[in-house]
Design a protein around this ligand. Structure first.
Ligand code: PEP
Length: 251
């Protein structure tokens, strides 16, 4: 199983800046990328094509969308379909990111609908899950993971190709705050995630990658990526510069 080193650029970067950052990342990391790693960048929609032009020819590097809608086309103002993402070179899509759940109000059920739709439409999907700080303080981490994962994959075939589905554990309190979860918190949450996936997908679950996200930086990535059941990382802030993301990718 290859570790997936994924970048989420959120609502940052123009076309030119995106292209320059992607090129800098390739220059700094492509020739040294270990065989057991792959790299993904999820730019804003407007820069996907620019980034895919840079990454397309580079082995081990690919592009994804940060979101998509659950129809192929139609009167859905402002939305983007999986087919449109694929058309500009994106092979992955994110679902359930905490900003979409908690800022934009997406429900567990809608995240599940989107995950199943994206997979059926031929995207690889990274389903993001994670608890808020109040839920952690109340001892509800496992309950939140169980609820979000069960709803998130409710309509996903039990024999899904495990290479097509990833789950990213992203504690909401660690996203963009500089506060990274400690090794014990990550180990516990990833073990719970694996157990929940096994109860749903059987042995297939052992091949589903579980990523950690939440204030990953060059200085903490090597320790995090070495933990049991950590099959990659999803990085926001520290992925915005080619230099710092290259250090994460190679950590
Ligand atoms: C994210 O946006 O998924 C994320 C983990 O952000 P950051 O790395 O900035 O915490």
């Amino acid at each position: 199983m290859k570790k997936l080193m994924a970048a989420n650029w959120k609502m940052f970067k123009t076309w030119d800046d995106a292209r320059a950052t992607a090129q800098e990342l390739v220059d700094l990391s492509a020739s040294a990328l270990p065989d057991d790693r792959e790299v993904l960048i999820c730019p804003p929609f407007t820069a996907i094509k620019a980034v895919s032009e840079v990454l397309g020819p580079v082995p081990g590097f690919s592009v994804g969308g940060q979101d998509f809608y659950v129809r192929e086309e139609g009167a859905f103002t402002g939305e983007i379909s999986p087919a449109m993402l694929k058309d500009v070179g994106a092979g992955f899509g994110l679902t359930g990111h905490s900003e979409r759940r908690h800022v934009l109000g997406e429900s567990d059920a809608y995240v599940g609908e989107k995950t199943a739709y994206g997979l059926a439409a031929g995207l690889k999907v990274i389903l993001c899950v994670g608890e808020m700080i109040e839920e952690r303080k109340a001892g509800q981490v496992e309950d939140v993971l169980e609820r979000q994962i069960r709803a998130g994959v409710a309509d996903v075939a039990r024999d899904v190709d495990p290479n097509d589905l990833c789950v990213a554990y992203e504690p909401v309190w660690a996203i963009g705050t500089g506060e990274v979860a400690g090794p014990r918190e990550i180990l516990e949450a990833h073990a719970s995630t694996r157990k929940i996936l096994q109860s749903l997908f059987g042995d297939n679950a052992n091949e589903i990658r579980i990523l950690y996200g939440g204030s990953v930086k060059p200085a903490n990535c090597a320790e995090i990526i070495a933990l049991d059941n950590v099959d990659g990382v999803l990085v926001g802030g520290a992925s915005l510069q080619g230099e710092s993301f290259s250090q994460i990718v190679l950590a």
